[in-house]
Design a protein around this ligand. Structure first.
Ligand code: DX5
Ligand code: ZN
Length: 228
């Protein structure tokens, strides 16, 4: 498991699935810290992507940690299987289960790091009673379901609030942001307090995914060093 001060997490949703191994090697060389895997069920979000067998194949294709972002209804039903398949972190949506506390506990009991995710319309305060059970809070800056959407700026105030709580309560959760992250907003996001940056289009739709990863990391690291 890596603990980089700044993590770039390329989202393979925007990669070329016919050359997934090569795409992953490119972002590894560009300094990616983790691989972000978007699992969608056609219920919680209006799209269907990939599942457990793909996570198991990815586990053999890279030594980087795998973040598995579950955009599925009642994710607690599948936590154990994803961890068994090789997920290092499992991220579940606040909106997808009435039993978020239980889902987060199940992830840790299964031996992975736990993440809680909120949609753009979900107030950050809805996570305040589970913050001691999470290793990561993921703030969605698009409505989940698709890559390539426009960044929604409400994410900034949520990231600032989470950073303030993190400092006030001496907590150590990571603050991650997902959706529309690119070179135009990553510095501001790092200054607001985010330290894990999920990026699909701005990595895999660039001519050189490795170079794009490196540039995002450089921009975020520079902003972090200037954070007051
Ligand atoms: C959206 C997914 C994201 C998506 C990000 O539902 O959770 O991880 O792949 O893609 P970009 O960076 O293109 O917004
Ligand atoms: Zn995602």
């Amino acid at each position: 498991m890596t603990f980089d001060p700044i993590e770039i997490a390329p989202s393979i949703l925007s990669a070329d699935f016919s050359r997934l191994g090569e795409e992953i090697r490119a972002v590894e060389q560009g300094g990616a810290s983790v691989i972000h895997v978007d699992v969608m069920d056609g219920q919680f979000v209006p799209n269907i992507t990939i599942g457990i067998p793909v996570v198991a194949s990815l586990r053999k294709a890279t030594r980087l940690p795998l973040d598995v972002h579950l955009m599925i209804d009642r994710p607690e039903r599948y936590v154990q299987e994803f961890v068994r398949a090789g997920a290092d972190r499992v991220l579940v949506h606040q909106e997808a289960t009435p039993h978020l506390d239980r889902a987060l506990s199940m992830i840790r009991e299964a031996g992975a790091q736990a993440g809680a995710v909120i949609n753009p319309s979900t107030p950050v305060v809805t996570l305040s009673d589970v913050l001691d059970k999470v290793d990561t809070v993921l703030v969605m800056s698009v409505n989940p379901g698709f890559g390539g959407q426009k960044f929604i700026p409400i994410a900034f105030s949520k990231i600032r609030q989470l950073a303030e709580w993190r400092a006030r309560y001496n907590a150590d959760y990571r603050i991650a942001v997902d959706g529309g992250v690119d070179l135009d907003n990553i510095a501001q996001l790092a200054q607001a307090g985010a330290n894990t940056f999920v990026a699909g289009t701005s990595v895999f739709h660039m001519p050189d995914a490795g170079a794009a990863t490196r540039e995002l990391k450089r921009a975020a690291s520079k902003a972090l060093s200037q954070r007051v």
